[in-house]
Design a protein. Structure first.
Length: 175
């Protein structure tokens, strides 16, 4: 993220944390991240990982997209990139992402809110994905839907994978 995006993200985290009347220490502890890391993020410094941002969104009880939308719509690490394509605020709130995984990359995702569903459509490559106890192998053009209220994994094949990820949240579970 560039400096402006980090500043916007920091302000967003502060606003969400203060809205819940939580201290910085309380949120850091709930999210399982160092207080110093959260402090730097709120100051618009550092380079938060995807995992850190997902943990914060989960603890703040908001979709990932609601956290990053004000900063920028794409977050990358060395082997995984996630870009927000759209947020739909209808009766069933929906986030749509494009996720790109490098060859043999693995991304572990924590549980979303109960009742959340994910649909994966493989655009290119191979992907083994789903809840940790029920991974499914998908080829290009393959589609898989699963309950995302449990830990789940994305494991790219030797050519990597490009995936359209659609997350359907329980009614009223957006910010």
């Amino acid at each position: 993220m560039d400096d402006d995006a980090l500043q916007r993200l920091g302000r967003r985290v502060i606003a969400l944390r203060q809205h819940k009347t939580w201290s910085l220490s309380f949120l850091a502890d709930r999210a399982g991240i160092a207080k110093s890391s959260l402090s730097r993020l709120e100051q618009g410094k550092g380079n938060p990982t995807l995992d850190t941002l997902w943990r914060l969104a989960l603890q703040l009880d908001i979709p990932f997209s609601a956290l990053i939308a004000t900063a920028q719509s794409s977050v990358s690490e060395e082997d995984v990139s996630v870009s927000l394509l759209d947020r739909l605020q209808g009766i069933v709130p929906v986030d749509i992402y494009l996720m790109t995984l490098a060859p043999d990359a693995v991304r572990y995702a924590g549980a979303h809110a109960a009742g959340t569903r994910e649909t994966l459509q493989i655009l290119a490559g191979q992907l083994q994905a789903g809840p940790d106890r029920a991974l499914v192998m998908l080829e290009a053009e393959g589609i898989h839907q699963f309950e995302a209220g449990q830990a789940h994994t994305y494991r790219a094949g030797p050519q990597g994978a490009t995936v359209l990820v659609t997350i359907f949240y329980p009614q009223g579970d957006v910010a």
